[in-house]
Design a protein around this ligand. Structure first.
Ligand code: GBH
Length: 487
């Protein structure tokens, strides 16, 4: 009998880890305290207030710089096995370079890590979650090829300071967000628009940055620290609108998942061939003597290929895909379409919308995406680093969020038991409400409500917190009907 059969189908495998996540700029505040320098989000929020709902900034956010003990208390209340947070590059290394380490930054992350461990919560650390030093942005940021070395040098400092205690690392969170959304649309920092050019340069540089950091870990730290390193990608499940659109949908998957996974996780390495070919053709038609998609040298392909110990995956939502009609206007990727591959994105009418414009709820999508990743890249261990739902229901009664967790966890169990995908753990986004980028504080993802009008930033649990705590405690989906019935 399999363990699963003994424990009942709704139990998670032994060792499956439950956690919750946050990110430095979204929770810490203390943007100019001590010797911290400006990140691109500090600069972006102060320079383009009109790009953020309510002209909000992360200046104070959840004040986790001061309230980190409370954060650990609530993580502990939930019974979490791990807490995923990110390190602020400018708090730890204000010059951006390893010539100077902030004592204050070092102390902050040491305190956080040490108390988590004391409470038996494993720290899972994201090295970069959107907040590049502005000083490096002034030199071109993610479009300067030197950024790969800047990042690897920063990662080396992080490994050397915290790697004795941190065993799970995410190099970069969602490069698609700070490359494709940032450069195609300009709504993410740094706010420059360079569609079809800047996004691809950024994409290539993130692959090299991740790989160099991974190689640093491999050569200098792995034998002693024995941790695991990977990258986290955000992937929408992209589903053919009708049967005839399967080819278009597969192209779109290769653009969304493939551009950030194929170089790292595939056997061949490099760009997904179908996308590389299409962009080369388009560029030629546009009169360019070379492709807008920068090529990888053979050496770079080898450098990047295989730089993972598991795969980090963020899942929120899904889209339908269809081939664009000749002459049809195609909106920017990944909002409404992708002109480079001539596809249009949409939604099904029966997908309920969450409380933010981009979010349609499709739980089956997470199972389909996990199956696709296994089919495409092989039987790799996957850590679901983010999953969660925006809901603005009055503070405790977030039944949509409870249902979202339950429905997605059910699909994950099917992935594990039926499709044999090796899912090693699951993390809710987010532990508490926080600065939701362009949506400021108007969009809420937290299991804990944060009162942003209260100088204390009081955290109050919602029904979803109670629900998730019972899932973690029972290690199953069996015992929570009471909470759902009460809602
Ligand atoms: C994640 O972003 C982030 O890691 C986290 O910081 C964030 O708070 C959380 O999820 C909730 O949003 O161009 O159609 O994608 C998810 C990626 C990027 C999704 C911006 C929404 C805008 C619309 N997000 N995107 S779209």
């Amino acid at each position: 009998l399999s363990v699963c059969a003994v424990l009942g189908g709704r139990h998670f495998p032994p060792g499956f880890m439950f956690g919750a996540a946050s990110a430095a700029y979204q929770v810490e505040g203390a943007w100019n305290i001590s010797d911290k320098s400006l990140s691109i989000w500090d600069y972006f929020a102060h320079t383009y207030p009109e790009k953020i709902v309510g002209n909000a900034t992360g200046d104070v956010a959840c004040d986790s710089y001061n309230k980190w003990k409370t954060d650990i208390e609530i993580a502990s209340e939930l019974g979490l096995h791990f807490y995923r947070f990110s390190i602020s590059w400018t708090r730890l290394m204000p010059t951006g370079f390893p010539n100077y380490i902030s004592e204050d930054g070092k102390r902050y992350y040491n305190d956080l890590i040490n108390l988590l461990l004391e409470k038996r919560i494993q720290p899972v650390v994201t090295i970069y979650h959107f907040d590049l030093p502005q000083s490096l942005q002034d030199l071109g940021g993610w479009t300067n090829p030197l950024v790969a070395d800047w990042f690897a040098n920063y990662a080396r400092v992080v490994f050397s300071l915290f790697g004795d205690r941190v065993k799970i690392w995410i190099t970069l969170n969602e490069p698609i967000t700070f490359c494709d959304i940032a450069y195609n649309v300009g709504t993410q920092a740094p706010g420059y628009i360079s569609p079809g050019v800047g996004n691809y340069i950024c994409n290539k540089n993130t692959m090299l940055a991740h790989a160099k950091a991974y190689r640093v870990y491999d050569k200098e730290f792995r034998s002693k620290q024995k941790g695991k390193v990977s990258i986290t990608n955000e992937i929408f499940w992209l589903e053919a609108d009708t049967e005839r659109d399967e080819e278009a949908a597969e192209k779109a998957r290769q653009l969304m998942a493939g551009m950030y996974c194929h170089p790292i996780f595939s056997k061949q390495g490099g760009w997904p061939p179908v996308i590389e070919r299409i962009i080369a053709e388009k560029s030629k038609q546009e009169g360019l003597p070379y492709s807008r998609l920068p090529t990888f040298t053979e050496e770079e392909i080898e450098l990047v290929k295989g730089t993972y110990d598991f795969m980090g995956f963020n899942y929120y939502t899904a889209r339908t895909v269809r081939e664009a009609k000749p002459g049809e206007e195609i909106g920017p990727w990944p909002f409404t379409g992708a002109s480079d591959i001539d596809i249009i994105l949409g939604e099904r009418r029966d997908w309920k919308q969450a409380d933010v414009w981009w979010f349609y709820i499709y739980p089956e999508g997470i199972r389909k995406q996990l199956a696709w990743l296994k089919e495409e890249y092989g039987d790799i261990e996957i850590l679901i680093t983010e999953n969660g739902c925006a809901s603005s229901s009055p503070y405790q009664y977030d039944e949509v969020r409870v249902e979202y967790y339950k429905d997605h966890l059910e699909q994950i169990l099917l992935s594990i038991n039926e499709d044999r995908v090796r899912v090693m753990g699951y993390s809710v986004w987010a532990l508490m409400d926080n600065f939701e980028w362009n949506d400021g504080y108007s969009v809420k993802f937290g299991m804990y409500d944060v009162d942003f009008r209260d100088p204390n930033r009081t955290r109050t649990p919602r029904a979803s917190a109670e629900y998730y705590a019972s899932v973690v405690k029972s290690h199953s989906l069996d015992v929570n009907n009471k909470i759902i019935d009460e809602l």
